[in-house]
Structures are given as structure tokens and as C-alpha cells.
Design a protein around this ligand. Structure first.
Ligand SMILES: [Fe+2]
Length: 276
């Protein structure tokens, strides 16, 4: 979607998936029960938004502690770098020397994608807590439920062909430099659609992966990838929303694609955590 043609995005049905954290805590009685309820809700609906977390995140260390605590009741926390304890990741623009830069390192648009698409098994859940939203009003969150896209694709010939390609073709998916392990694995091979995860996708790491391999079918891969990408980015099910300070979103990373519009405010700061 060129420069996030938001006209393709439905203005949001996200309101019905927003809940006041304090209300949930009162209703369920403990943070543990709230966490388990959130997991069930995300399994059913694909995502949930919590509001009113300002008092839980009045400074950065409190925000990290709260996000870690709540998320540990939703699933098993997964570090951003395997073998380390870096569960909470700060998403803010940084100067980067990485060859393959990841979205959390810059302030440009992040087209629809799933997280950790370069891992053998991407994490089931991903959460973002807004500690400081951009004052320029950029940094909108994009969401797309691939379950809806999949069911629509099944209805047309082109759609069924695209599904077959995405299920059967093993794609080289580049690993962002910052997450390359000691053996410097540059890419992995995987299909885009499978049983678990239903979808793994990030256009730029797929394109980079294709540049890294020498394969007689690269041209064909690229053409079909472009069709797949266009179908995703013009989907009528795409939504956009601006998360405010003190709000957090929990997403099923095996089913939902997410993205972000560009922003200018270099003080924007989101916290990310992932779970299984
Ligand atoms: Fe992401």
C-alpha cells in the first residue's frame, strides 16, 4: 500500500476490542486471571487493546515491569535474542549500521508483516505498550486479520492459486542483522502459509532473501510474491488506529499482520514483548 493508502483501510472496528485495565482487574480480581482471560480473548478475536495503563507506567522501569508481569500471565516470555533475558524491547528510532535493518530501528513506514518471520517458529503473541506516542500524530498502527483474507482468497481462482503458492513454496527469508546469531544465519527457508503459524510475512526480508540465493526460479518467486503483497495491502479488512499513551495491544502473531505509518517525533517510544 503506497505510503499507507489509508483509504484502503477501514476505519476501525477496534473500539469493540478496547477494555479498561482497571475494569478487568476489578472484574477478575487478579493480574493473573486478567492475563489468562486476555490470552483466551486474543485466541478468539486476534487482538485486544487495553486502556488506562498510565498509572502502571508512570516511568520507564515501571512500564517495563508491568508489561513483563502481565505478559508472563498470558504466555511464556521469549527473549528478543535467544539465550538472553532481553524480554522487553524499546521501539524507538536509532542510528543503525545494520545491513538488514528491522522496523524497530527506524521511523519510516513499516508495511504489514508478522514478527519473527525469520525464526523457525515465530512467537504466538506479540504486545506493544505505548510509553510515549509521537507528537506529530504519525505512528498509526495497521492491523489485518489474515484469517479473513484467507477465507476471501479461497473464493477466487487467483486467490486459490496464491494460497497454493504461499503454502507450497519454500521462501528464503532474510534474518535482520541485529537478530543474526553467532553462526550468522543470513536466511531461513519457509512457506508463507502453514498450519502453525497460519501466516509469516514481511515483504522486505522476503525480497532480501531472494537476493541472497541463486535460484533459477527467482523471477517467478518475485512475480508471485508481488501478487501476494498486493492482495494483502489492498485488503478491505485492513484497519488503522492510533494507540495513545497508556494503551497496549496484544496480538496473535500467527494470524494477524501488523504495521505502522511513518512518524517524525524521535521521542516516540513503544515497548514490545513476545510470548508463546
Ligand atoms: Fe512488528
Amino acid at each position: 500500500m503506497t505510503k499507507f493508502n489509508l483509504e484502503f483501510c477501514n476505519m476501525l472496528s477496534a473500539e469493540k476490542h478496547k477494555f479498561e485495565y482497571k475494569y478487568l482487574l476489578k472484574r477478575f480480581g487478579s493480574i493473573g486471571t486478567v492475563g489468562r482471560w486476555i490470552r483466551k480473548y486474543v485466541d478468539r478475536h486476534g487482538f485486544i487493546i487495553l486502556q488506562g495503563l498510565e498509572s502502571e507506567s508512570y516511568d520507564l522501569s515501571s512500564a517495563k515491569l508491568f508489561l513483563t508481569k502481565l505478559s508472563s500471565h498470558i504466555g511464556t516470555l521469549v527473549p528478543h535474542n535467544l539465550g538472553q533475558s532481553d524480554f522487553v524491547w524499546e521501539i524507538k528510532p536509532k542510528s543503525s549500521i545494520s545491513q538488514i535493518v528491522t522496523f524497530s530501528e527506524h521511523n519510516k513506514a513499516a508495511p504489514l508483516h508478522t514478527d519473527s518471520q525469520y525464526r523457525k517458529l515465530p512467537e504466538k503473541y506479540m504486545a506493544l505498550l505505548v510509553f510515549r506516542q509521537a507528537e506529530c500524530a504519525g505512528g498509526e498502527t495497521l492491523l489485518l486479520d489474515f484469517n479473513l483474507v484467507f477465507n476471501e482468497l479461497k473464493k477466487s481462482y487467483l486467490g486459490r492459486q496464491t494460497i497454493e503458492f504461499a503454502c507450497k513454496t519454500k521462501f528464503p527469508i532474510a534474518v535482520p542483522t541485529i537478530f543474526q546469531t553467532q553462526n550468522k544465519t543470513a536466511y531461513i527457508y519457509s512457506s508463507l502459509i502453514s498450519d502453525i503459524p497460519m501466516i509469516r510475512y514481511r515483504y522486505d526480508t522476503l525480497k532480501t532473501g531472494l537476493e541472497l540465493i541463486k535460484h533459477s526460479h527467482v523471477k517467478d518467486f518475485e512475480e508471485k510474491l508481488q501478487v501476494f503483497n498486493d492482495l494483502i495491502h489492498t485488503s478491505r479488512y485492513c484497519s488503522s488506529l492510533l494507540l495513545n499513551n497508556g494503551e497496549a495491544i496484544f496480538v496473535d502473531n500467527h494470524r494477524m499482520l501488523h504495521g505502522r505509518s511513518p512518524f517524525l517525533d524521535s521521542n516516540r517510544l513503544l515497548l514490545r514483548i513476545r510470548m508463546n
